[in-house]
Design a protein around this ligand. Structure first.
Ligand SMILES: NC(=O)C1=CN([C@@H]2O[C@H](COP(=O)(O)OP(=O)(O)OC[C@H]3O[C@@H](n4cnc5c(N)ncnc54)[C@H](O)[C@@H]3O)[C@@H](O)[C@H]2O)C=CC1
Ligand SMILES: O=C(O)CCC(=O)C(=O)O
Length: 417
């Protein structure tokens, strides 16, 4: 057997190829979808607080815009590579399509750790990056948003830099903005809300009740926290969570009211304040739970550990946490994997709502946004579940198949093949 690849772009290509084959799609469809349409690498100088100048490298990958403008986040993380950004942009194309929103896929990033810089430096870096990619982004062209280690403040700096280049007010060029600056209610909560919503739907399909269902959540940032928050709200028992500082297990259920207070006060969980016993991140993945939610980074569930996973449902908050080899093992074990492009699509869905509100300059209530998110995700989940049933494939293949049907029609109508 060939050695398992952990290169996210090779993994993304494998996933697209697998679904194209299962659909018996015209060979031109994979030929077009296997590569991003454009990948921009930029290098720009920033003056640091000590007076020295440092050059930063950034990427923006635009995978496919047959359905609509490119859309997807910007990541600031030391491990960012061009191939990672290409993979993430590929996943965005299929994510937007499976959710039924009018976008293609894009993604960008820089290999930096924001913790290494002062707030003033981070502002100059963010504005420098936005200016450097400004020739290829725009409200109707490519609309970035937050991803790992980026947030509403960073989006606001980027809007400011972009508007200076564009010479006009155009807040809809970035989403994930703070409320006071054109953001949408329910965007902060949106991804985790959807990650839990899709898990709840899978539990129902398995005739299991969400009340009392046990959850383990790996990665406790924006996505992981709100996944646990909404699961807790629905009566589930959060037995474990982790981030880069802690990994905690409590078989009786973690005191979520205390954790929510801690998170809201500090922006993250820095230490284990008696929430349970310390475990490792690897142990968390292998716990006997009803729902496992990997909400951190890629390649967490591989052929190395897939056999030891005991969860009944895996809901992928993160992008790319499971390799294709692991998928096969999990499918054989009967574990339901709700793929990233479906499970975490709530974020881009509400980014879409933010963009629509920006274009109209008319803003909706929290409830209205969340109801609309619920409606889109529920339809997508049911469609993907039915397709998986029809073709006897896993939900990942089914989600790609549903997307490819839509994208290939748009490409055909445009005369691309
Ligand atoms: N923020 C959003 O709206 C969306 C995010 N995603 C994906 O969700 C994932 C998480 O993103 P965010 O929550 O936004 O980022 P974040 O920066 O808010 O949080 C990331 C969390 O993961 C933890 N983490 C990092 N490496 C880890 C490891 N090896 N083990 C355990 N924990 C680890 C960090 O400590 C932090 O708690 C990423 O894959 C991202 O692409 C997907 C869809 C939308
Ligand atoms: O909100 C968005 O536009 C993009 C979110 C994103 O980057 C993702 O879904 O991975």
């Amino acid at each position: 057997m060939a050695k398992e690849t952990l290169n996210p772009f090779e993994i993304a290509q494998k996933q697209v190829k697998s679904a194209c084959d299962k659909l018996n799609a015209d060979p031109a469809v994979y030929e077009i979808l296997k590569n991003p349409m454009r990948v921009l690498e930029v290098s720009f100088p920033v003056r640091l607080d000590d007076g020295t100048v440092k050059t930063f490298i950034g990427y923006r990958s635009q995978h496919n815009n047959a359905v609509g403008p490119f859309k997807g986040g910007l990541r600031f993380h030391p491990d960012v590579t061009k191939d990672e950004v290409k993979a993430l942009s590929t996943w965005m194309t299929f994510k937007c399509s499976v959710a039924g929103i009018p976008y293609g896929g894009g993604k960008g990033g820089m290999a930096i750790d924001p913790k290494d810089y002062s707030k003033a430096e981070l502002e100059r870096i963010s504005k420098g990056f936005a200016t450097a990619i400004s020739p290829i982004i725009g409200e109707k062209v490519d609309i970035p948003a937050p991803d790992v280690n980026t947030n509403g403040q960073i989006m606001s700096w980027m809007v400011d830099a972009y508007e200076k280049v564009a010479g006009k007010s155009t807040k809809g060029v970035f989403t994930g903005k703070p409320l006071e600056f054109g953001g949408s209610l329910a965007r902060t909560e949106a991804t985790g809300y959807g990650v839990h919503l899709t898990a709840k739907k899978a539990l129902t399909k398995l005739n299991m009740d969400v009340k009392g269902a046990t959850y383990a959540v790996q990665g406790f940032g924006n996505v992981g926290f709100y996944t646990a928050y909404y699961a807790h709200k629905d009566g589930a028992k959060i037995v474990a969570f982790s981030n880069t500082d802690v990994a905690i297990y409590n078989e009786n259920g973690i005191d979520m009211e205390a954790v929510i207070k801690d998170f809201e006060e500090n922006g993250r969980i820095i230490e284990n304040k008696g929430y349970g016993k310390d475990i490792t991140n690897a142990e968390l993945l292998e716990l006997e739970v009803d729902v496992l939610a990997p909400c951190a980074l890629e390649n967490q569930i591989t052929s190395e550990n897939a056999d030891r996973i005991k969860a009944k449902v895996i809901t992928e908050g993160a992008n790319g946490p499971t390799t294709p080899e692991a998928d096969e093992i999990l499918f054989k074990k009967g574990i339901v994997v709700i793929p990233d492009i479906l499970a975490n699509s709530g974020g881009v869905v509400v980014s879409y709502f933010e963009w629509v509100q920006n274009l109209q300059s008319y803003y909706w209530s929290f409830e209205e946004v969340q109801q609309k998110e619920d409606a889109l995700l529920s339809t997508a989940f049911e469609d993907v579940w039915a397709l998986a049933d029809e073709y006897k494939v896993d939900l990942r293949n089914a989600a790609y198949m549903k997307s490819i049907e839509r994208i290939s029609k748009a490409m055909k109508l445009r005369g691309w093949y």
